[in-house]
Design a protein around this ligand. Sequence first.
Ligand SMILES: *Cc1c(COP(=O)(O)O)cnc(C)c1O
Length: 392
Amino acid sequence: MVMEQAFATLAIHADEAQARLQTKDVAAPLSVSTIFRYPPPPGESYDDTPENLAPNVYSRESQPNRDRVETLIGNLEGGHAVTYSSGLAAVHAALVHFRPERVAVRQCYFGTQANFTLFNKIRVLEKIDVDDEFKKGDLVWIESPINPTGEIHDISHYAQKARKAGAVLIVDGTFAPPPLQYPMRLGAHIVFHSATKYLGGHSDLLGGVLIVPTESEATELREDRSVLGNTMGSMETWLLLRSVRTLEIRINRQSQTATALVAWLNRGVKSSVPVDGIPANAIHSLRHVSVQKTSFDKVAQMPGGFGPVFAILLTSRRAAELVAHRLKCFVHATSLGGVESTIEWRLLSDPDTDERLLRASVGLEDLEDLKQDWRQALCSAMETIEKEKGTN
Ligand SMILES: *Cc1c(COP(=O)(O)O)cnc(C)c1O
């Protein structure tokens, strides 16, 4: 698809022609109807209905808000979007679509891994590593940036390797939606997003998206979806349509704030003296693409900026537990991508993670307030730990 207008403009107007066939309303009306009137028979008409009205029959198949949000997201990513009831519903839809015998995957969201494992109830799905040899028909699943560290894989490298072997590359770009990165331009066949995160952006909807290169492949996926029944709810679809309008301004700000915050926190790493209010001996290390050493050009892969998720390792398990609780702007909760910053002591949702690791998702709060939040949380946690040492 030729992108004639800039991202921010497309996010507001790309679905306008379609909207005109539905309504005169400027803001999309929330459509909750599951059923739509059939068109009149030849020679008959509905007096009150424009003749060019877009046809919808039953909302499992299509409905007005979904058509618009798919047009919008497809335009933004440079492909054709198909939405699902959650990210994991979209993972399953991709497995049904490609019917791979093997999936090549390394680090990724544990729910995605569980989805691959569950597929074995239907048919054997062998897991291989992304650096193993691929063969025709393999599905290669690359998550970049990676959950929970925000570090990245070399998308171009795996795209070339997959193409050579006749394998299909899907990139889970949840942690860096456009305009931060465009995996299709780097050779990915499909882009996946958990729309629950930055696309939705307000911690109030569940959704998933697959973006494919052709309308015919999107049509196939939509036909499958009609039968699988894993469609996004009407309310969620409407919320997503509303949210994508502001994606550019949200994600750019979140990316910039996160990168600045990581650089600032990084000054306190392994420091035996306090630095700008960051207490001594509190931070072990930081993980984020901005501090990741790569053998490839990371800025070329993420031309719009780095993702808003980073991981911070503190110097003890107790420090991680306390800081997660004592941060105020960063809400201690799982998931990410909302307007509010979130922090998760990762051990609570993933028992295999380093017990000192906190995963942060940066929201839309002011950078200086976020720094101050880290100062107070780190200082008070370190004081508590000192006191606890004294009483033991
Ligand atoms: C959350 C998430 C998913 C799963 O999406 P849901 O909408 O929760 O089903 C997949 N991949 C990544 C990277 C995620 O963060």
